[in-house]
Design a protein around this ligand. Sequence first.
Ligand code: 13P
Length: 255
Amino acid sequence: MNKSLRKAVIAGNWKMNNTPSQTTALINEMKPLLAGADCEVVLCVPFIDIAAAVEAAKGSNIKIGAENVHFKASGAYTGEISAEMLKEAGVEYVVVGHSERRQYFGETDQTVNLRSLAAINAGLKPIICVGETLEQRELGYTETLLKYQTKMALTNVTADQLKDVVIAYEPVWAIGTGVTATADQADEGNRYCREAIAEVYGADVAETVTIQYGGSMNAKNADELVAKENVDGGLIGGASLKAEDFSVIVKAASK
Ligand code: 13P
């Protein structure tokens, strides 16, 4: 195992928070705090905030991401946004298959896969979310489920394309609840995802894939989580809405 083969990525997922003017203000507050980070720093923002975010982040080390992408290139899909549109708007990353989309908006493993392929083909980097519910964990299905979701999401993704893919292990029971997985639980979940990749692409390839942990990661627990062998950064919800807290997490991943 060699963690140095992988790039740590700290990505904020703002979810449905911040207007364009609030976006500009928050990124301007973050920029000096995040300068000099020794990891990839990404802010995934609502579609309507992308233009403001790209403008505010200009000349800084902050990359901008979206929170979803449609899987078709264009057409009669009212209300949807294509990968090409995101790319032209200056987006580099996109969250795919977040549990809130799986839970509330009918996202399936198949559509997660199609969205991931659309993103990759347009030159975007998908941050693909996988994670078990509390019920699935208590029934003992965590490993099976994480491996299944990971393999399904990566169907038809080539080994070469994996360099542009980030996996985020987000146990559903830890999202927005204040209940964080222990560092060992996070490491184990991430290891299952890595093993799934190894089963399909081989161990050497799996060693190079960035796998984040997400779920109530904050300024207090980030150090311990990102120090784990299989944890290559984090996908941060609530704490990415506060410049100071987010910068502490970025510093933890920069050590
Ligand atoms: P919280 O950090 O608010 O628990 O959210 C995690 C998450 O869902 C990031 O995508």
